[in-house]
Design a protein around this ligand. Sequence first.
Ligand SMILES: [Zn+2]
Length: 148
Amino acid sequence: MPTPDPGPVPGDLTPWAARSTRGQRVKRAVLGRCARCGAGDLGASFLELKDECPNCGWTFEREEGYWVGAMVVLFAAVEGLYVAFLAVGILAWWPEVHWNVLLWAGLALNATAPFLLYRWSKTVWVGLHVAFSPQEMDSDTAGRTGSS
Ligand SMILES: [Zn+2]
């Protein structure tokens, strides 16, 4: 279990981008943790991510429409699971493949997996974002506009 970064320490001016490697940030995100500090417990509910990290206070949603990238992560993960499921089923039953079982189980997988992986897809998207744009971790304003 990775230990989270202690968070903002008064007087510590080390940029967040210098505190972790790209691989560490992606690993934290895949484990459902804050990509910036490594803290867990990021769920506001079963489906929703908290607005900010409870440890370092970083705002996850960087701008309006930010979670479209998480939808791409979610789609890739669900379809990757589905392809793996089909491949294992076909290989396990070859040459007498139980197509009806694969059809109905595949439908069930595609109906449930998006809900099970929804929150996870958001942490992975945040992790991928800061893996390639680490300077984002040192901005807490999240580029938001408007007053609502
Ligand atoms: Zn954090």
